[in-house]
Ligand binder design. Structure first.
Ligand SMILES: NC(=O)c1ccc[n+]([C@@H]2O[C@H](COP(=O)([O-])OP(=O)(O)OC[C@H]3O[C@@H](n4cnc5c(N)ncnc54)[C@H](OP(=O)(O)O)[C@@H]3O)[C@@H](O)[C@H]2O)c1
Length: 237
């Protein structure tokens, strides 16, 4: 462990992509981590990458399920509370994404459950374990504010997560609540959003991590941020 702090973070969806990249930086900076994902094999592989650097607790499960959110809360209690909650797990929906007039409503419900209801459910589950001054970081998207044709399901769910975060911040001034657009990243979700397309020109998720670290370590007020606005941030703060 290279860092000296004794802070604890819960990151949802940390078996790959942005969640794993952010977990890697936090654990190297000395943070204790709780991570989850549905796929147990990939989560175990992520654990093997992270655990040599510090204290990591992996809790396999689905954030849309209340029983799993309770398990996350119990893990948070065992580690003495949370300084940071990152609601990172998310769902794109169908690939390719249908336009709204053709969007299957039962799948839209699943997207909203994963991208809106579950993040609030995690906050509700761990609320007693969020330390004073804790950071709640909800990962949103430019698709939550831009009107990209074909992005109506995912985009409107991220818009809902943004306003939910905004009101959560107003209701809980003791926390810093951030809703953050990480930018385009070369991940499985991004490939699913652009099926058959060569996405090798998109930056890896590690490129978004310095900006996110800069925000976490800042004293910026609750609000909406983009990882790219902290361009030039050092990778270890
Ligand atoms: N990639 C981009 O260009 C981009 C741009 C803007 C915003 N974002 C946002 O950034 C976040 C991370 O995206 P990513 O691109 O890194 O995605 P990713 O590579 O697909 O990784 C998603 C992670 O979340 C987990 N996950 C998904 N659903 C879950 C659930 N219901 N319960 C628990 N874990 C779950 C996945 O594992 P399992 O499938 O095994 O559960 C995986 O570990 C998302 O919120 C996404 O909307 C991404």
């Amino acid at each position: 462990m290279s860092g000296t702090n004794h802070k604890t973070a819960l990151i949802t969806g940390a078996s790959q992509g942005l969640g794993l990249a952010l977990a890697g930086q936090l654990v190297k900076d000395g943070w204790k981590l709780i991570i989850d994902a549905r796929g147990e094999t990939a989560l175990a592989a992520a654990y093997r990458i992270l655990a040599p650097h510090g204290r990591v607790v992996a809790v396999p499960g689905d954030v849309t399920e209340p029983a799993h959110r309770q398990e996350l809360a119990e893990a948070a209690a065992r580690l003495g509370g949370l300084d940071l909650l990152v609601n990172n797990a998310g769902m794109l929906g169908p690939s390719p994404q249908p336009e709204l007039l053709d969007y299957p409503l039962e799948i839209l419900e699943q997207v909203y459950r994963a991208n809106v209801i579950a993040p609030l459910g995690v906050v509700q589950a761990v609320r007693k374990h969020l330390k004073p001054g804790a950071v709640v970081l909800n990962i949103t998207s430019d698709a939550g504010v831009e009107a990209y044709p074909g992005w109506g399901g995912y985009g409107s769910s991220k818009a809902a997560l943004e306003q939910l975060s905004n009101i959560l911040a107003a209701e809980n001034p003791a926390w810093r609540v951030y809703w953050l657009d990480p930018g385009d990243m070369r991940t499985a979700m991004h490939q699913a959003a652009f099926p058959g397309e060569n996405i090798s020109d998109r930056p890896l998720p590690e490129a978004s991590v310095p900006g996110i670290m800069a925000l976490i370590q800042s004293d910026r007020p609750s609000g909406r941020y983009r990882a790219s606005q902290f361009a030039g941030a050092a990778s270890t703060i």
